[in-house]
Design a protein around this ligand. Sequence first.
Ligand code: GLA
Length: 645
Amino acid sequence: MLRLIGRHGPLLVAAMLLPAAAASGKHSRAGRTDGLEATGHWSHRKVGSAETPPMGWNSWNAFGTAITEAKVIGSAEVIRASGLAEAGYRSINLDDGWWLKRRASDGRMQVRTNLFPSAAVGGREGTSLRPFTDRLHAMGLRAGIYTDIGRNACSQAWSSDNPNLPEGTVAEREVGLYGHAEPDLALYFRDWNFDYLKVDACGIAHYAATRPQVTQGRFRALAPLVVDADANRSDIPAVRALYAQVRDALRRLRPANDFVLSLCNWGSANVRAWGKDFGTIWRTSNDIDPTWGRMLHNFDSVATRELYAGPGHWNDPDMLEVGNGTFDAAHPVEAQAHMSLWAIAAAPLVIGTDLTRADPRTIATLGNREVIAVDQDSAGNQGVIAYTDDEREIVVKSLAGHGAKAVVLLNRTAEPTDIMLTAAHLKFAGDRPTVLRDLWAHADIGDLGGQRSFRLAPHQALMLLARGTPERGSGLYLSEMPGRINVAVDGITALEPDPLIHRMVDPYHPGTTWTGNRPAYAGWGGPRADATPYGQDLRVAGVAYRSGLGVLANSRLEARVERGFRRFSARVGLDDSTRGTRAAVRFELYGDGRRLALSPPMRFNQPAAELTAEIAGVRVLELVVRQLGPANGNVVASWAEARVD
Ligand code: GLA
């Protein structure tokens, strides 16, 4: 398990920070590496295969390291018998606790056979999880396994009396991938035939030379590459290089790309910006637990990252707690809210409860096909925040069918509240019908009538399907297609923690006698749909815009527009909320590498300029904002009302 080291941090390595995306950039004529030149293509390459968010079950939230084959198979059998497999939950994933040791003679990983009896195959192999994966595959399911990117695991970092910790010498207890990536991954994917890999990061975070388990000689020191609460003191290039090794090995082992790679470094080291290029899914925050506050924390860690997810790559707010604690069968309102938020966020749906003991109401919540359909919608758009305050939230997810949207109305508080949903939130024409369906009540609830007020119980999330007439007719705002946008260069030059999300309370050190759990997840300043990178409304020279993309200067976004649109248009300008008021910016639009439009230099408080281009036949648009001259702070630019028709 992960524990925050907070400010009692270990000795630290120096950071070599590059702007998140600049590492892949090209050299400009001026010789700088800025990555702003149009490339003419969609540069994101999928890692593994998950056209829609992965779904399955994982042992950790249910059992911790008290994991046994019988327990895992027990939940797998319920998944099959209850219809959850048919509903999409197919990957059965082992978490921490399955391993016994790395065999001294040849480094081959050995399985704890008192927990996994079918692994006792004997002979040259000693132990093997192949019988286990064969059994899951024969059940029509997929199989997932867990490891760590360092030498040692999270369980080893945080407990010493656990009977299921790896055994033997220091070397035999080095069960992580560090120095063993190629043979371990070949074992897991070729010999054992796993399909899904979760790679934790305690091994590169919690084994500093000063840690007691290291000074006591139980583990080898590894200078931390990840400093949990401090992206600047994390060695980001080194972390990326280690995960790239895993990604590339899996691509070689599975040339058909039939795998899922789940990165688990808890939102640290700016992974929220680069995870999309290294894993199929990547954790955006610390560990969830079955409490209301922690669930919201994890949701908040993905809620503003809508432009980073899309078909094949998904923000991961961690596994579900439906069935546990605050989300058990006695708390259907909270359980439904949790499911609703994960579905609207296009999050992986990985069950984390002991299904053999699950109440039928828990199975029904997890198995709600209409809610799952929203999560699994083929357009792959993450929901975009349409309204937010400190108590209420409206999140809208554009679905594949034109004029179809899912919307979650959330009451974060312990008091009842009212939420007014308007056609404008949905970007639908208010004078045309908008038909609503309640996905938890499984009931059509009539017309929106332009706007409609809903009373929400404490902690309630209302999840609706809305069918209406888009404001744009057959066109789309770019902020309605976040799944088809790739952040190629984010324009961030200095890493900043996202101030909207405090670091979660450390359950092991919950006291308040220190300076507090300050925000810690880097990524602040990344581009946003219908908001500025710093979470403000889009506004240029006093005019507010409800739709658009907010970016920092020196950014480049790619947008897939294969669907046969004819025209791009936007109102572009320096955003009123810019920190840098003194520099000008220039907006550049490219279609398949060809420049289609260029704005004049745009200055602070200058009214937005109309930028239009014919785009018939274009496959990839590139939206570049270039800063002209030095500024007195980061420059915020708005592609207001950016749309394709
Ligand atoms: C970390 C991860 C969890 C789980 C535990 C296992 O805390 O974030 O999801 O895998 O390790 O020890």
